[in-house]
Design a protein around this ligand. Sequence first.
Ligand SMILES: [Zn+2]
Length: 311
Amino acid sequence: MTSLLGPGAPVLAFDVGGTDLKSALVAPDGELLGVQRTPTPVQPEHTEKSVLETITRLGAALREQHPSISPEAVGLIAPGVVDDERGLGLFAENLNWHDVPFRDLAEKAFGLPASFTHDVRAAGEAEYRLGPASAYRDALVVTIGTGIAAAIFIDGKPVAGDGYAGELGHSVIAPGGEPCACGGRGCLEAIASAASITRRYNRLTPSPVPGAREVLERARAGDTDAEAVWITALDALGLGLSHATALLAPEVIVLGGGLAQAGDALFNPVRERLYSHLTFHRRPKLMHASIGQNAGLVGAALRARAVLETP
Ligand SMILES: [Zn+2]
């Protein structure tokens, strides 16, 4: 694979997810070396301690495997509510931490400058800076996987709202509807994320499926329950994206995450629904995410390199 990142400082990159933690050493030519998945060491409380231990160990192993490369910074990303500017993990629902100064802790653990960023914003930034959406100034990168969240770029700059911006998945589409993991009801995520599509369908069928892909397959094969679940999800996505469009007027909306792998079966009906809600508004192009499953690591590396460039 050619290097997406291009030449720059060598850095360590860590993408902490709800189940997996990905790690890599980014070479001076931008190549990701030693990409590895490790189970996230989730604890009943203070998961940050075991996460820091794990990334310190993985970082040391990467340095040992590539002695000719000396990383100059560390890029760490995680889900939840993250204050990028202050490097704080404010809250992460499944990871059991509160107000953790991850950037400072990572700097201490590695003895290197570090950045700590929200996973969706970092992956979105990789997509925005290095993918086809880089030609546009106003863009949304929407990830539809287990959850739904957006990275917002206005005038070419990311908008983070102290960690609270981009929570498109927790805007209410059906008031009083499906309960959501956030404690609300009728959120977009509770209806249209890959996990919700699977959960909603499995409630209706005597033969449960492992994922949203199978729900789509059954809908295509004429299963009316699957079809109903899939159509409600498309309707919700079209409506949710129309609200984001009215508010932010993106030139382009990039869709990524597991559900985007459905391709035209997702993009065509969502585009149709989105456009049907627009009148005078700017019509955003819908684009496929291009960076793939390592977008998080690439975004973490971008942020780590940016730390070195900031005076
Ligand atoms: Zn919610």
